[in-house]
Design a protein around this ligand. Structure first.
Ligand SMILES: Cc1cc2nc3c(=O)[nH]c(=O)nc-3n(C[C@H](O)[C@H](O)[C@H](O)COP(=O)(O)O)c2cc1C
Ligand code: FES
Length: 419
């Protein structure tokens, strides 16, 4: 009788769910006995004791932490399955979501594997780290990963060591991206850069064959870092000379910093503050009561500068808003995803806003209809300045559709200006 396999996952935006489904396809294709594919919110940890094999996945969250839905599941594993090693004899493997923008990369793989081992389980193959959204190559990779798992539990392929765990370059290979192309800047635009992915798919190793390089020596370069000056410097001088120069450089910058700080403290005894307010960065200097932050009120021109029926994103970068003019009114929305605060983009061809983080979709008025966003984006207060006829937007005063506040507009303004 074929060994039973259970797939368990959690997900915020759907990427890890997509991984689970692709893996399930691969398992079935290899003739595996898939007995279920469950969200952690649908089962208790006791159900992990039933199948012969378990595949578990979640997105890495927080700062290299468990995803909110998964955390209680992990706590229960610790409480109920670690004592007596209740998963002894189970064959397992782990998949996780990740994003190199975070310092602790795809750590969910490490955490889940460690917990499974504590519970007595055996890890059969290297955990796969899926960076952000899937593409064709990564779906194929996950399918093959599921397929290989079945082969390994059946003894048709050797057990694969799970350490070292996947690093940035390995995650690139999962998505069919040649890591070297990213380093050359060819993959500018991020892991999901469609052009880079397409170009690199051809060069990618066959799915399932990734072998990681030792993490510490891989000299992985974060793709947002500019490295050119440091490189030139290192080619010209010996190691000891570089060390000496860096020491002097650090001393010089350090002294400038200390002197500047002393001057600032002398003149502005209230100190500095840096932070984010109303979705915009700010800093304060001197007394904490003196706040230098971008204005929440600003003007965006006159009504006739906006076309009827068009979603106008000309102020997206400067003020993080969009403007819609209808025949009878004009309103302004704040581009702040109600899931976790990313900035959705207007997709003209699909007539919707799409959040790049976890795929929430919104109609042109900001009402959510897909993805994890719990409610519509907010509209800002708008009114006409009688002195020059320009629209004044106040981002400090906002209106929520789910509270019925979008109705509160008139010719005087409010949630919209009646025309
Ligand atoms: C609030 C937040 C925190 C995150 N923290 C990390 C992290 O520490 N390390 C990491 O590699 N990825 C991190 N990620 C990236 C997620 O793992 C990644 O977006 C994943 O694709 C989400 O999967 P899902 O669509 O199944 O929710 C974080 C994402 C969010 C939104
Ligand atoms: S969908 Fe998660 S921040 Fe927008």
């Amino acid at each position: 009788m074929a060994k039973s396999i259970l797939i368990v996952y959690s997900t915020g935006g759907g990427n890890t769910k997509n991984s689970a489904e692709a893996i399930a396809e691969g398992v079935k294709q290899a003739g595996g006995n898939l007995v279920g594919i469950k969200n952690v919110t649908e089962i208790t940890v006791d159900e992990l004791t039933k199948p012969d094999c378990i595949l578990i996945g979640e997105p890495t969250w927080g700062d290299g932490e468990h995803y909110d839905d998964y955390l209680p599941f992990d706590n229960n594993m610790k409480e109920r399955l670690v004592p007596g090693k209740k998963l002894a004899g189970k064959q397992c493997a782990v998949f996780a979501g990740c994003d190199r923008a975070y310092t602790i990369f795809g750590n969910a793989v490490d955490m889940i594997e460690d917990r499974l081992i504590e519970c007595g389980a055996e890890i059969m193959q290297q955990g796969v780290k899926q960076e952000l959204e899937h593409n064709e190559a990564s779906l194929a990779f996950h399918k093959k990963w599921g397929h290989d798992f079945v082969k390994r539990i059946n003894g048709e392929m050797p057990k694969q060591p799970h350490i070292p765990r996947m690093n940035h370059d390995d995650a690139d290979r999962v998505k069919g991206i040649d890591p070297a192309s990213r380093k050359k800047g060819a993959a500018a635009g991020g892991a999901a850069g469609a052009g880079a992915v397409k170009a690199a798919v051809k060069d990618a190793k066959a799915p399932g064959t990734v072998r990681p390089k030792p993490e510490a020596k891989a000299a992985v370069i974060p793709y947002k870092t500019t490295i050119a000056p440091a490189r030139t410097f290192e080619r010209k001088f010996s190691k000891s000379e570089i060390a000496r120069r860096r020491f002097i450089q650090a001393g010089t910058y350090g002294s400038i910093g200390v002197i500047s700080a002393a001057v600032a403290v002398f003149f502005f005894p209230g100190g500095w503050q840096v932070g984010v307010a109303h979705g915009q960065p700010y800093f304060t200097i001197g007394s904490p009561n003196v706040l230098f932050e971008p204005p929440t009120k600003f003007k965006i021109g006159t009504v006739d500068q906006y076309q009827i029926g068009k979603v106008d994103t000309r102020w997206q970068t400067r003020y993080r808003i969009w403007v819609v003019r209808e025949p009878s009114k004009i309103y302004v929305g704040l581009l702040l995803c109600t899931h976790l605060g990313c900035t959705p983009d207007w997709k003209e061809s699909e007539s919707k806003f799409k959040c790049p983080c976890h795929g929430s979709g919104y109609y042109l008025d900001g009402v959510n209809f897909e993805g994890p966003a719990p409610r519509p984006m907010e509209h800002c207060d708008v009114r006409i300045d009688p002195s020059d006829g320009q629209i004044i937007v106040d981002k400090g005063k906002r209106y929520r559709s789910d509270k019925g506040e979008w109705e509160s507009g008139s010719v005087q303004g409010g949630a919209y200006i009646a025309l």
